[in-house]
Design a protein around this ligand. Structure first.
Ligand code: 3PG
Length: 321
């Protein structure tokens, strides 16, 4: 009887699909408990690789897993080649620019994200940065207030929609420039500007909410920035790739009334430190989605999507069709 039970357990263990949770920037521990519970209760074996220091650790860890959950972790050709059993990558979050989605498709690996799950956390940070900027970085200098100011949303995805909700409660006037969510924005009573230039020209605070893809890459360029109002505040909780950083630096050199607050340190951070002190702030690392709630929402959604994919073939959130 004991031997039979042992064999049954071995068989079950061998048949279990393994799900790697690979996070260089770990989820909150309460989120990990919930993610691993969802996986275990549905017969999946979670494998944790947190705070890894080198890519080689990731290459070893992916070699024998069926699925993986990542955050901003790089899933490139080398990682996909090392992952010989991999069928599914779920980016627990919105932006999947860290995953080579085309190569994954070539290798028949499905890639998904978890849209909307961490958007409130990022939106709250965007508003927090706006307050920090308008209050002169809490320096003691006289600042301003958000109430009555115009907030321009560059893009209208899940994060921007949450920023809109919060900004309205602050008494801000909110306007937006969007190509893809115009009807949603107008249905919510938002004024949609005819161009990005117009958005930047009309806003006291601009908050960037576009993905690092296609026409959005370097869309925050001198041609757009030059329209910013006097004393404008530019908030970036999206990606550095959407900003033309050389042109941003050139613009900041011309306009010492403008402030740039970002959750993503630009490549030209040294130029900011040397020339624009008192006009910028960068978080020490990307913290937009770094809340227990966001980690739990995105991580549990990722685990559930993995189960749905293997058990029912559900590809709802696939991004590399
Ligand atoms: C996202 O794309 O969802 C956010 O940028 C969060 O990224 P993170 O999981 O690396 O914090």
């Amino acid at each position: 009887m004991g031997v039979l039970l042992f064999l049954f357990l071995i068989k079950t263990k061998l048949g279990m699909k393994r799900v790697l949770i690979a996070t260089e920037k770990p989820f909150a521990s309460s989120a990990i408990s919930q993610i691993t519970r969802v996986l275990r209760e549905t017969g999946y074996e979670p494998v944790l690789l947190e705070k890894y220091q080198s890519k080689s650790e990731l290459l070893i860890a992916v070699s024998n897993v069926d699925a993986m959950i990542v955050r901003s972790d790089l899933v490139d050709r080398e990682v996909l080649d090392a992952a010989v059993n991999l069928k599914l990558v779920v980016r627990a979050g919105a932006g999947y620019d860290n995953v080579d989605t085309d190569y994954a498709r070539e290798k028949s690996v499905v890639v998904m994200n978890t849209p909307g799950q961490n958007s409130n956390a990022v939106a709250e940070l965007a508003i927090g940065l706006a307050i920090y900027g308008v209050r002169e970085f809490f320096s003691g200098k006289s600042g301003g207030e958000l109430r009555g100011r115009t907030l321009g949303l560059h893009g209208y995805g899940y994060v921007a929609r949450n920023v809109h909700r919060i900004a309205r409660a602050f008494g801000m006037k909110v306007i937006v420039y969007t190509r893809y969510s115009k009807s949603q924005a107008t249905a919510e009573g938002l004024e949609v500007t005819g161009s990005l230039e117009e958005l930047y020209a009309l806003s006291d605070v601009v908050s960037i909410h576009v993905p690092a893809r296609g026409e959005h890459i370097k869309s925050v360029s001198m041609a757009v920035l030059k329209h910013l109002k006097e004393d404008a505040i530019l908030i970036n909780t999206a990606r550095k790739e959407v900003v033309n950083e050389d042109e941003l630096c050139a613009f900041m050199a011309q306009r010492n009334d403008v402030k740039y607050l970002s959750d993503i340190t630009p490549d030209c951070a040294a130029v900011f430190a040397e020339k624009f002190a008192g006009h910028y702030y960068f978080t020490p690392k990307k913290i937009g989605a770094q809340t227990q709630e966001a980690n739990t929402n995105a991580g549990v959604a990722a685990a559930e999507q993995i189960v749905g994919f293997f058990e029912k073939g559900d590809e709802t959130f696939r991004v590399n069709k």
